[in-house]
Write a protein that binds this ligand. Structure first.
Ligand code: N01
Length: 577
């Protein structure tokens, strides 16, 4: 009530809370406004809205950003681009869209990806059902009315029987609370919330904190412009060449000719991507010289992160196989970086398996350390003590800076969901449900929270795959389930505790059989102090996961309780199975 009243008082035309616009709500008993509420208008939220319309359902989305694009809306930092081939990082639901859109580079840059998101939103008129500059702050399910009610920071109150969280896996930036940041006289930015205005580095002393995928993309671009760049590195990363290039004439057309066939194939792959030969040999099958020659070939070809990790079998599992690739990359660093001391600082430690942190790809990352205007600070030896008025003070002295770029990552996979107060009228909450880690059934639902779906939630392959394919698979599956319910006159679905526990155990077992949980990565939440250490994505492979989801659906949605509850009007309307 309070939120709605405050917003109504302060609201301007064009920025009015949704209740006011629809003339509904406000009463103690909420009413259904649409069939499905959607949180987020990134690639997932846009596709969910489109699917709803296709199935004759109504949806309403809220988005914190001023426009569509999600990740590609927020991450505008220099050098930002996708690391899945652009033609594969594209929606598959519309032949017309496929025909209309032409990518200009193998790995599209952020501005081009954002143009694509805008093109999709325009073409399918998606903004009509979305409200922007509006952050959802709470979501409450009323067991009596069978409705989810969202409340926003703009005073909107909206209710629907179903709610889809399309909040993204990497959308809550994490900035370490270095003391003294308020004293800094220069400007500072987090890469995940980059300003819309151009940030100028020319003639400036710039510091970049963080050398994950983001830092590795930004560092070469900033170095080319700044007077001086100081890189603050806590853990060296393995990165391999992207070999980005313009799309060749006819290349995309040729891909699109067999897109349908590719789509069938990709759905059975581990990563929901193709484009690197599957391994056929183990490292033990080749001599060290043969291995080196093969690694060299693949290094020269470059490409998606999986390119080097699929050179031999079991690189994600077998320490010896993993070490062979990791040693090769360390040798490459020593070969590329001219100052041997800097090269050693850039070499990841031998106990860090390659691929256990999210593997980046780069353009001239290691080469950048040969520039006269770039220096590298090893925070492992000299940690950051504080930010000062003039720069960053580490254990060995002060580094004078005009601009600080925090490329320090995200509160990944759970951050954006837990930022919303998600609860039910009978006292269950997401925060409590996840107090011991983000337990889910299939990464799609959480026991105790009926009718609430996640796209790419923890416990699904999500970030270990081509996200667009994973988004499409999740959204399609959810739509089928809502259709299944409607066709039977049902309106409530809930994951059982038992099915969820079995899924969590399975996902843990799968991850623990690999080298993936070894690293202190955001995959296990290690980058955010105090976060429960759990390997969050499902690492059983996309194809296997999709098969399990399909099988569960075919088995009458095994592990879910389907029922009819609440007021008759709370049933999602016309839904075709
Ligand atoms: O974040 P990260 P990111 N003091 O968490 C360091 C996707 N992505 O934004 O390794 C000092 O990987 C931290 O050090 P350490 C992709 O999935 C995709 O780079 O924890 N340093 C690390 O070096 C990616 O994985 C693309 O020791 C601190 C860095 O900050 C994900 O987004 C491009 C620190 C954070 O690295 C996140 O990548 C970019 C501290 N207190 C991103 N805290 C594509 O190509 C953290 N760090 C599609």
């Amino acid at each position: 009530m309070g939120l709605a009243r405050d917003a109504a008082r302060g609201s301007k035309r064009g920025d009015r809370p949704m209740n006011e616009m629809t003339g509904r709500g406000g009463a103690a008993q909420r009413q259904r406004e649409v069939d499905v509420l959607v949180v987020g208008m990134g690639f997932a939220g846009m596709y969910v809205l489109h699917c709803l319309r296709q199935r004759g359902l109504t949806g309403r989305a809220f988005e914190a950003g001023s426009d569509v694009g999600g990740t590609w809306y927020w991450n505008r930092y220099p050098g930002c681009r996708v690391d899945v081939d652009s033609v594969q990082y594209s929606y598959n639901f519309s032949d017309m869209l496929t025909r209309d859109w032409q990518w200009t580079e193998r790995f599209a840059s952020q501005p081009e990806l954002l143009r694509y998101a805008n093109h999709v939103a325009d073409r399918f008129d998606l903004r009509r059902d979305a409200k922007f500059d509006t952050r959802v702050v709470s979501a409450e399910f009323d067991g009596g009315t069978n409705l989810w009610t969202l409340r926003t920071d703009k005073g909107d109150v909206a209710s629907a029987p179903y709610c889809v969280m399309a909040t993204g896996s990497l959308s809550t930036p994490y900035r370490p609370p270095f003391p003294g940041i308020e004293d800094f006289r220069g400007e500072w930015h987090h890469t995940g919330a980059w300003p819309h205005e151009e940030v100028r580095f020319g003639g400036k002393r710039v510091g970049v904190v963080g050398t994950g995928s983001t830092g590795i993309q930004a560092i070469p671009v900033i170095a080319a412009e700044a007077a001086h760049l100081t890189v603050f590195q806590r853990t060296p990363q393995y990165t391999t060449p992207a070999r980005n290039r313009p799309m060749a004439p006819g290349e995309q057309r040729a891909f699109n000719v067999r897109r349908a066939q590719w789509h069938d194939e990709v759905r059975d792959t581990f990563t929901a991507m193709t484009g690197f030969p599957a391994p056929t040999r183990t490292v033990r099958d080749d001599t060290p010289e043969e291995r080196r020659a093969y690694f060299e070939k693949r290094w020269e070809e470059g490409g998606m992160p999986q390119a080097m990790l699929t050179t031999y079998e079991n690189i994600n599992i077998d320490r010896e196989a993993n070490a062979a690739v990791a040693d090769f990359v360390r040798d490459k660093i020593r070969e590329i970086v001219k100052d041997p001391e800097v090269a050693e600082r850039l070499c990841p430690p031998e106990d860090l398996p390659i691929g256990s942190k999210r593997p980046p790809i780069d353009t001239d990352y290691y080469e950048t350390y040969n520039r006269d205007n770039v220096s590298l600070v090893d925070l492992g030896c000299t940690p950051i003590e504080r930010v000062t008025a003039g720069g960053i003070k580490t254990a060995d002295g002060e580094h004078g800076l005009d601009v600080i770029v925090f490329a320090t990552g995200f509160d990944a996979m759970t951050g954006s969901l837990l930022a919303i107060d998600i609860r039910t009228s009978d006292g269950a909450s997401l925060k409590d449900a996840w107090s011991d880690g983000p337990d889910t059934y299939l990464g799609l639902m959480v026991a105790g929270l009926p009718n609430l779906f996640m796209i790419n939630g923890p416990g699904s392959p999500s970030v270990k795959t081509n996200m667009i394919i994973a988004i499409e698979q999740h959204a399609d599956w959810i739509m089928d389930l809502i259709g299944h319910l409607a066709a039977r006159g049902l309106n409530r679905v809930e994951a059982t505790e038992r099915a969820q526990a079995a899924w969590v155990a399975h996902a843990c077992e799968v991850a623990d059989a690999t080298l993936m949980p070894v690293a202190d990565s955001w995959y296990v939440g290690a980058n955010v102090p105090g976060k429960k250490r759990v390997y969050m994505p499902y690492f059983g492979g996309f194809g296997r996961y999709r098969g399990i989801c399909d099988e569960i659906a075919a088995d009458g949605y095994r592990g879910f309780v389907l029922s009819r509850a609440g007021a008759a009007e709370a049933t999602a309307g016309v839904a075709a199975e």
